[in-house]
Write a protein that binds this ligand. Structure first.
Ligand SMILES: Cc1cc2nc3c(=O)[nH]c(=O)nc-3n(C[C@H](O)[C@H](O)[C@H](O)COP(=O)(O)OP(=O)(O)OC[C@H]3O[C@@H](n4cnc5c(N)ncnc54)[C@H](O)[C@@H]3O)c2cc1C
Length: 349
């Protein structure tokens, strides 16, 4: 992060520094912190404000920037994959660090002079006569004709000591992101009931050495329990006390009864909450699962507001976040362009 008290660090130097450090050491990153431009009293009516400047937001900005639109990206540097050492399954970027991918994206987007960056937390939004206003935690406010929310989601961590430290490193949620790297290893599934059974079926593709940890009484059906037994998969119902790990690499689960179990990876599906409540307060409809409802053009139920990336899909990958961001940027800019093209219908014909 660019320290607040060191705004002199140029963006390019910062990006070079982030890339270098992250590639060499694979340290967790806290997202890109954009330099605060001197726009404390910004009266501009932007064509679009993008809240969230990670993969999806930057992709939207690129499409809008290339369409010559005036864009402001507001981001507070907290992408969901910050702690994962390497990101996989995104063509051309497989095995790069999350920071490396973000830094490259940022470099490419910042070359469009009509795209401005602002480092801060957007807290509220409201409809205005000419579009929308987004207000920040600092009290500053920015206006735009269109809003794009690329705000992502926040995974809710359980109250298990060591869990959060291992998240994205050896405690994982997605086999397509990390399953190949832990294939064949002694692996746990931290889930219960039907969800546990579904996860086991999927993960059995990557490893057969599986144990289900229900962290309390099992709610698996008899049929599912029998099926697991047939696959020599043990169900452990003990309550978990803590995960022991070295720098996020899990090695042992300790139970409240004093016993323990060794393992090298743990799949743990987690509930989530929206990273930002602004779309909901502006009236955007949500799906039953809690995602922002969008159509194929990434339009929400509120005209002029778009959403893209993790906040509006179950298909949670960097590649998909980028694709959705591109679609949001293209459809928002196309709407602006077509609306601005003034014409009158001639009565001669
Ligand atoms: C642990 C983990 C590991 C993963 N590994 C992989 C992998 O290997 N491969 C893969 O393809 N995918 C992976 N993913 C999924 C991938 O990280 C996401 O799909 C992707 O980051 C979504 O991008 P996004 O732009 O929608 O959201 P995010 O990357 O989460 O970014 C959202 C941004 O919005 C900002 N923001 C939110 N609210 C506000 C606000 N009010 N004001 C200002 N800024 C705001 C946040 O600070 C953040 O920078 C992983 C996810 C997790 C959790």
């Amino acid at each position: 992060m660019i320290p607040e008290d060191n705004p002199g660090l140029s963006r390019r130097k910062f990006i070079a520094k982030v890339s270098l450090v992250s590639t060499a050491l694979a340290v967790p990153f806290q997202g890109l912190s954009f330099i605060k431009p001197p726009i404390m009293k910004d009266k501009t009516l932007y064509d679009a404000i993008i809240v969230g400047g990670s993969y999806s937001g930057l992709a939207a900005a690129m499409a809008l920037g290339r369409a010559l639109k005036q864009v402001l990206i507001i981001d507070n540097g907290k992408p969901c994959n910050a702690q994962t050492p390497y990101s996989h399954n995104f063509l051309t970027q497989d095995g790069n660090t999350p920071a490396g991918i973000a830094a490259l994206a940022f470099t490419q987007v910042e070359s469009y002079e009509n795209v401005k960056f602002y480092n801060g937390l957007a807290t509220t939004g409201r409809k205005t006569d000419d579009g929308f206003e987004i207000r920040l935690a600092t009290g500053e406010a920015f206006r735009a004709g269109k809003l794009i929310f690329a705000t992502g989601i926040r995974d809710i961590m359980p109250a298990i000591e060591g869990f959060a430290e291992c998240w994205g490193i050896s405690v994982i949620h997605c086999p397509y992101c990390h399953g190949y790297e832990v294939r064949g290893l002694r692996t746990g599934i931290l889930a219960n009931g039907e969800q546990a059974f579904d996860v086991v079926r999927l993960i059995s593709n990557w490893t057969k050495d599986l144990t289900v940890f229900t962290n309390g009484k099992t709610s698996l059906s008899d049929e599912h329990s029998l099926a697991l037994e047939e696959h020599q998969i043990t169900i452990i119902e003990k309550e978990i006390q803590k995960l022991e790990h070295i720098n996020g690499h899990i090695n042992t689960i300790f139970f409240k009864d004093g016993t323990k179990s060794t393992l090298s990876a743990l799949y743990a599906p987690r509930p989530f909450e929206p990273h930002s409540m602004i779309p909901e307060t502006l009236g955007c409809e949500l799906t039953e699962e809690g995602y922002i409802k969008t159509n194929a053009l990434q339009e929400t139920s509120v005209p002029g507001i778009y959403a893209c990336g993790d906040n509006s899909t179950r298909m949670r990958t960097v590649a998909n976040a980028v694709a959705m961001g591109t679609a949001a940027g293209m459809s928002a800019s196309k709407k602006i362009i077509l609306d601005q093209f003034q014409y009158t219908v001639s009565t001669k014909y």
